[in-house]
Design a binder for this molecule. Structure first.
Ligand code: PMT
Length: 250
């Protein structure tokens, strides 16, 4: 849907796009063709939830919209798509895509490692918690007058593990959500995790990052190339990411 003035009097996402835009979009999709046919693409989306007790958790604000847009774009290009969603996702499963719902980083790791072995492309848009509570209380923690201290232990870095076991022909794409030193931190992650591309996500911009319809990113290549995108819908960002991946395959 387009954004702007709505019949209900408000303003936002929900307008019927201009017919010319619909036609252009259809023509572009048709022209693009099934360029990923025969390829398995694994995508992760959303944030992980790390349980404190049966009713509480540590989490983050990732909605899964960015990862779902990437998965849908890959499916439109003919790929066999597996989407591993974290516990914060409340989106409907997209048609034609195998969705594996997980909750915590450990559960996401298990699903991802299993599915990554025969994937031609892995794209990790998920916001994985770096830490989880060391103890998960069996019963709801009762409040008292004292302070409560939670001890956190480190979660495994799933992307780092994928980088370490990456096959020669596999393309591995990470995201980097940063609030400062965007390029430097993203480039550091690209090298450290043995990635082919990293999507550097400026999450300080109000319309970009977590739980927004649009995003502001730079796509950084292993060869040092940097493609800077303006603020775009997550669908358009997904298209550009898939174009960058396809150009690596040529
Ligand atoms: O879901 P939305 O609401 O649409 O929001 C989209 C988004 C902001 C979550 C997305 O665009 C994004 O930036 N995703 C990455 C968020 C993140 O956790 O970045 P990071 O810099 O902490 O992690 C770097 C990379 O390592 C990521 O690809 C992440 O999936 C991966 N990682 C991180 C930690 C960990 N323990 N395991 C991992 O695999």
């Amino acid at each position: 849907p387009a954004t702007g003035h709505l019949a209900c009097g408000g303003s936002g996402v929900g307008r019927l796009p201009e017919p010319a835009d619909i036609v252009r979009e259809m023509e572009e999709t048709q022209a693009r063709g099934k360029t990923l046919a025969g390829k398995k693409v694994l995508v992760t989306a959303g944030g992980t939830l790390e349980a404190i007790d049966p009713v509480r958790f540590i989490g983050n604000r990732s909605s899964g919209k960015m990862g779902y847009a990437v998965a849908q774009e890959a499916a439109q290009r003919g790929a066999e798509v597996v989407l591993v969603a974290g516990g914060t996702v409340a989106l409907a499963d997209p048609p034609g895509i195998r969705v594996l719902h997980t909750e915590s980083a450990l559960a996401m790791r298990e699903a991802v490692l299993q599915e990554a072995a025969d994937a031609a492309v892995v794209i990790k848009a998920a916001a994985v918690a770096d830490y989880r509570p060391k103890e998960r209380a069996k019963q709801k923690i009762k409040k008292n007058d004292a302070e409560l201290t939670l001890v956190l232990e480190k979660n495994p870095d799933i992307l780092m593990e994928l980088g370490a076991r990456k096959r020669e022909t596999q393309i591995l794409v990470g995201f980097a959500a940063e609030t400062q030193n965007l390029l430097a931190y993203a480039q550091e992650k690209l090298k450290k995790k043995n990635l082919d591309l990293i999507v550097a996500n400026d999450v300080t911009c109000p319309d970009a990052g977590f739980n927004t319809e649009t995003n502001l990113v730079k796509i950084i290549g292993r060869d040092g190339s940097i493609k800077e995108l303006p603020l775009l819908s997550k669908q358009k960002v997904a298209k550009t990411i898939l174009d960058a991946i396809e150009s690596l395959q040529k």
